[in-house]
Design a binder for this molecule. Sequence first.
Ligand code: GDP
Length: 345
Amino acid sequence: MFEGLRKRLRGVSRKLGESITEGEDTPGTGEISPAANGAAGTEKPGQTGLASRVKVLITERELVISEKDISEALSELEMILLESDVALPVTDDIISHVRSNLIGKHRKIGDNVDDIVIDALRGALLDVLGPGFDLVRYIGEHERPVRLLFTGVNGTGKTTTVAKVAYFLKQKGYSVVIGAGDTFRAGAIEQIDVHAQRVGIKVIQHQQGGDPSAVLFDAVQYATAHHIDVVLADTAGRFHNRANLMNQLDKIRRVMKPDLIIYVDEAVAGNDAVIRAHEFEKTVGADAVILTKADMDSKGGAAISIAHTIGKPLMFLGNGQGYEDIIPFSPEQVVSELLKEAPDA
Ligand code: GDP
């Protein structure tokens, strides 16, 4: 997952570190005088030799990181982020976060510059990734049945994702029912039915071409009558007719009253996924996002950009074709993955 970006981030953070340490040879204006604690001056003759006195002077000397120390490496970082499909405003935010975190930072000669650089990058990435969304906690805090409505572009993995979330919640001990609300696409009802059978979840379904609101209403009724914890509503994900989609979703909203609208798209679509999610959020509204196919995405740009761009959290990453291949999105974990030192880096 995001392997290409990880390697490039390691490369540029190393370069940032090197360009900062190069300043040690020509400290110039960035140099701060030796710590004025009299460390060398307080020595009594005979107590310390000249060599160690010089060492004290050097190791106590502080440098300040300046713009010129890092500007070239920051330009490279900017290129890497853009080439990895990180959205332009998000790239700008990351760069300015790293810049303001590094410039003016005091460091002692001999300090581990790599740690300073990695800390700055970590802070910048965590800042744009946002907090994520803890679905289990959300369900724990809400009235039953909790109603989750899934929408997104066909082919991105929406149906599989509904089954994965059902499986995930079942593993967590919740009872789940699926509403087959994609009554538009031929084969969609059978598709969700097959998935649901495999993960052992009941599906409420009507005929193809029926009113999705009616199916989803029935799914909620069923859940209420049988004390089911969560209703997962699959819906048609077509965008070619936006007016129709919006009318349909409006009706579903009124009838089913979803607690959360979850937008599903694929990480491999990069910037396109971010643009589509933004558009969807502006016109229809979403509460959270799931990105599928993160396992096939070397760049990571959509995962890094989407929450910051649309202002809604990432909830899960899909990372394979199996039902267990879904991971709750953890910003800390993703950043650790991205910044980890691997033997091949
Ligand atoms: P829908 O048309 O959006 O409902 O898409 P589907 O659920 O039918 O999925 C389309 C294809 O994407 C299927 O072959 C899925 O197995 C595959 N898929 C879904 N999620 C993932 C994922 O996280 N990783 C990978 N590698 N494939 C996925």
